[in-house]
Design a protein around this ligand. Structure first.
Ligand SMILES: NC(=O)c1ccc[n+]([C@@H]2O[C@H](COP(=O)([O-])OP(=O)(O)OC[C@H]3O[C@@H](n4cnc5c(N)ncnc54)[C@H](O)[C@@H]3O)[C@@H](O)[C@H]2O)c1
Length: 413
């Protein structure tokens, strides 16, 4: 059972998935093992993730491991309809199409949970929040959940802090093989790509303001710098601000940065980063984009109220003409620009992230009933296994410690 935009788009989606899989050798190796060992036999896995080609490859790997897979998209603009159709054709239960409204999104979450999953793979905590608030009857059967992104981890930790979390959760986002590569290099490249695709503008010589210097923000800053931009960082954490200074970026409060920026990209996971006080200061032609999980970083509602008129200037670009004649351009409705205006992260980095997801889901099953209802970090052996497999599948070799070296490092003398 599935609900997608157009099943006839499947062949186009199959080509995309094939392309992703060709660049995801680590997940391919794990899938081959899953096919032999069937770790998810008899289980249903509910997923809420950006439904594009790499995610479909993960869904197929889990299905190869014996799972019934059911999935919805985690953002209204990140679902690719052809990929959704192809995944449905391959036997997953897919409830997703680009442009869902909030009611449809919620209905789709409930459709996924209607398959009674024992495992959840979330990107933003949405399925588990629905389980904890609306479908508590599913809790006794739940083995656990894996969470993909920083914002989702924040939500799960908040549930845990309030003593409400009912099953174990692995913060896959916090794996070294996730945030060092996917969050940093994946989002860094794909966010800039989203901006360039949407605007067709030159980055060199522009002032790019990056909101937040976390794993995502530093990746965006690095790629913008590499493309010849002058980069300004805004932060609230003094240590991260200091890191940005030492990396050679300017650091300013957003109120100051607003006056000089040509392109703004937020990546804080917080809300109200660019608001009316900043819109007032911005130059004519300023571009506004967000790469954080939710569309709360740019105050789009206020921007709409302040504008004298709006129009769609290009695909994924909305022009806001202000009362004084200045024009501000919002990309992809303020939703994550790399997925809404681009193809998301390159497959090579998602290979590591989704290897972590697959291995963490398997770990939850293997440790069923041994784990408490807590948010766990990714077991170090999974991080290491993913990194080793990635090196191996790219024909890269490293040294290993000799016995003498191990003894030296393990000695206090
Ligand atoms: N677009 C994508 O594909 C993608 C990929 C990974 C993560 N994300 C999302 O991006 C966001 C950031 O993730 P991260 O892993 O970099 O998080 P992080 O916690 O490492 O970094 C966030 C940074 O923003 C700063 N910050 C918080 N509030 C701020 C404010 N009001 N003004 C200025 N700076 C502020 C924090 O001090 C921190 O340094 C999250 O919402 C995450 O879910 C998106």
């Amino acid at each position: 059972m599935s609900k997608v935009k157009d099943p006839a788009l499947a062949p186009q989606g199959e080509l995309k998935i094939e392309w992703a899989r060709a660049h995801m050798p680590v997940l391919g190796k794990i899938q081959a093992r899953f096919e032999r060992e069937l770790p998810f036999r008899g289980l249903t896995i509910g997923m809420c993730m950006h439904l594009e080609m790499k995610t479909a490859a993960l869904g197929q790997a889990l299905k190869a491991g014996g799972a019934t897979v059911t999935i919805t998209g985690s953002n209204p603009l990140s679902t690719q309809d052809d990929v959704a159709a192809a995944l449905a054709k391959s036997g997953a239960h897919v409830y997703a199409w680009r442009g869902v409204n909030p009611t449809e999104h919620h209905e789709n979450l409930l459709r996924v949970l209607g398959h009674n999953p024992q495992l959840i793979i979330d990107d933003g905590g949405e399925l588990s929040v629905a389980v904890h608030t609306e479908l508590q009857q599913l809790i006794p059967q739940m083995i656990g959940a894996c969470e993909e992104t920083t914002t989702g981890v924040h939500r799960y930790r908040a549930l845990e802090k309030d003593g409400l979390l009912k099953y174990p959760v692995i913060a896959v986002n916090d794996a070294f093989t996730k945030f060092l590569f996917d969050s940093q290099h994946g989002t860094g490249q794909s966010a800039l790509e989203g901006v360039m695709r949407a605007t067709n503008m030159l980055i060199a010589g522009k002032t790019v303001v990056v909101g937040g210097f976390g794993w995502v923000g530093r990746g965006i800053a690095l790629r913008a710098k590499g493309l010849g931009a002058k980069v300004v960082v805004t932060e609230v954490d003094p240590v991260r601000a200091l890191e940005a200074v030492m990396e050679g970026y300017s650091v300013l409060p957003m109120k100051e940065a607003a006056k000089i920026g040509d392109i703004f990209i937020t990546a804080t996971g917080c809300n109200q980063i660019i608001t009316s006080q900043h819109f007032e200061e911005m130059k004519d032609g300023a571009i506004l984009a967000n790469s954080g999980h939710y569309d709360v970083e740019v105050d789009v509602k206020r921007l709409r109220e302040l504008a004298a008129s709006t129009r769609i200037a290009r695909l994924n670009v909305e022009e806001f003409k202000m009362k004084d004649g200045r024009r501000l351009y919002l990309l992809a409705e303020g939703r994550l620009v790399n997925l809404a205006a681009g193809d998301g992260h390159p497959a090579e980095v998602m290979d590591m992230t989704f290897a972590d997801q697959a291995l963490c889901a398997e770990y939850l099953v293997k440790n069923k009933r041994k784990l408490e209802p807590k948010v766990y970090g990714v077991p170090p052996e999974i991080d290491k296994a993913t990194a080793s497999l990635w090196l191996e599948t790219h024909n890269l070799r490293i040294d290993s410690l000799s016995r003498e070296q191990s003894e030296y490092l393990g000695s206090w003398k």
